[in-house]
Design a protein around this ligand. Structure first.
Ligand code: NAP
Length: 333
């Protein structure tokens, strides 16, 4: 009810905020803000738009890969408002520009430490110490690894976590994709543009992916499936050449040729930085206490960093909006 009231105030405001003009560059010497947002995916940018538009002096520390996971995506078909879809990186560039138009200061730097013991909260990069009366954590999640030694050895030499980034390097090759969720199917489908064959290696006998994605994959002649199978080793010389597959039902191992291995087995929340400062669950996701507020009053979280269920760009954006409205309520009170 309270948040809804705060939202009504923010959303019915149709006059432009009295903030910096469009495209204003960040003031480099400025370190004190009303709101510091850590992370620049859909959640962080949406929070930035709402906080700035509500008149709060807002900083986004975007990290070294502004835009989050969507910059590694091709076409986004399910973000409302784009009848013909939109490329992930384009969507993120537009969100960033929209933030800047509202007056958000964006600094493309990585946060190395935080101090949430009391407000104003401290957020540190390697070279600067920023302060925020409120903080929104929107650091998202990163791809989960298989945990094989070969992933490190052949990282950048055939093992990849981003088909959009690396797919074109593996034309006419046998490509393996590990995973059975939507990401694995999306990556595999994209990779069929380049590969001779894409083999989806999944540890169970049915996919986790949504029905429509499954149907697309089953209909694609270039995609083959290896059910009940794990990847137990990655072999090669200068680059990946073979992968050892283990049938989890029979225990039998088979070495197959592989020009590349794309790992798409989910994500791990980016919360290492906050361990011991706010409550995290057993998988490292931020635990929300009161709406979007974390276990520390005045520190909020939005997006994949707390959401292990939906993990969509549009839900992350929605969470960013909610966090901004909750920040408004907190700072007003
Ligand atoms: P996910 O749904 O969690 O699926 C992860 C897959 O990897 C599962 O099939 C899982 O196997 C497997 N896996 C996990 N750990 C493994 C390990 N150590 N070794 C081998 N396999 C392992 O993750 P996701 O595919 O990244 O999707 C995340 C969310 O984003 C989902 O909600 C999804 O719907 C959404 N998404 C949507 C789209 C789209 O709509 N275009 C695209 C991408 C993602 P089990 O099935 O056995 O658990």
């Amino acid at each position: 009810m309270m948040a809804a009231d705060a939202g009504a105030v923010l959303e019915t405001r149709d006059s432009p905020p009295s903030k910096a003009p469009e495209g204003s560059p960040p003031k480099k010497d400025k370190t004190k803000f009303d709101v510091v947002i850590i992370g620049a995916g859909p959640a962080g940018y949406t929070a930035g738009i709402y906080c700035s538009r509500a008149g709060y002096d807002t900083l986004i520390l975007s990290g070294i890969l502004p835009g989050g996971q969507l910059v590694n995506t091709t076409e986004v078909e399910n973000y409302p408002g784009f009848e013909k879809g939109i490329m992930g990186p384009d969507l993120m560039i537009d969100m960033r520009k929209q933030c800047q138009r509202m007056g958000t200061t964006i600094v493309d730097d990585e946060v190395v430490n935080t101090d949430f013991r009391h407000s104003p909260f401290k957020v540190l990069t390697a070279t600067e110490e920023y302060e925020g009366r409120a903080v929104i954590i929107a650091t998202g999640a990163t791809p989960r690894k298989l945990g094989l030694e070969g992933e490190e050895t052949f990282g950048g030499r055939g093992v990849s976590y981003c088909a959009t980034c690396d797919g074109p390097f593996f034309k006419n090759q046998e490509i393996l994709v590990a995973g059975g969720g939507d990401s694995a199917i999306e990556e595999a489908t994209f990779l069929t543009k380049f590969a001779s064959t894409v083999h989806i290696v999944h540890r169970r006998s049915e996919l986790r992916a949504s029905k429509i994605m499954q149907e697309r994959a089953f209909a694609n002649e270039k995609i083959k499936f290896r059910w009940d199978t794990a990847i137990s080793d990655i072999k090669g010389d200068q680059k990946i050449q073979q992968v050892v597959l283990k049938n989890l039902k029979t225990g039998a191992e088979e070495t197959v040729p592989a020009g590349a291995l794309f790992v798409a087995i989910g994500h791990v929340p980016n919360t290492k930085l906050f361990k011991g400062q706010i409550e995290l669950d057993e998988n490292g996701y931020v635990v929300l206490k009161e709406r979007s507020e974390t276990s520390v009053k005045g520190v909020f979280a939005a997006g994949d960093v707390h959401d292990k269920r939906y993990r969509q760009a549009v839900t992350a954006a929605g969470y960013g909006c909610s966090a901004a409205l909750d920040v408004d309520k907190y700072l007003t009170d």
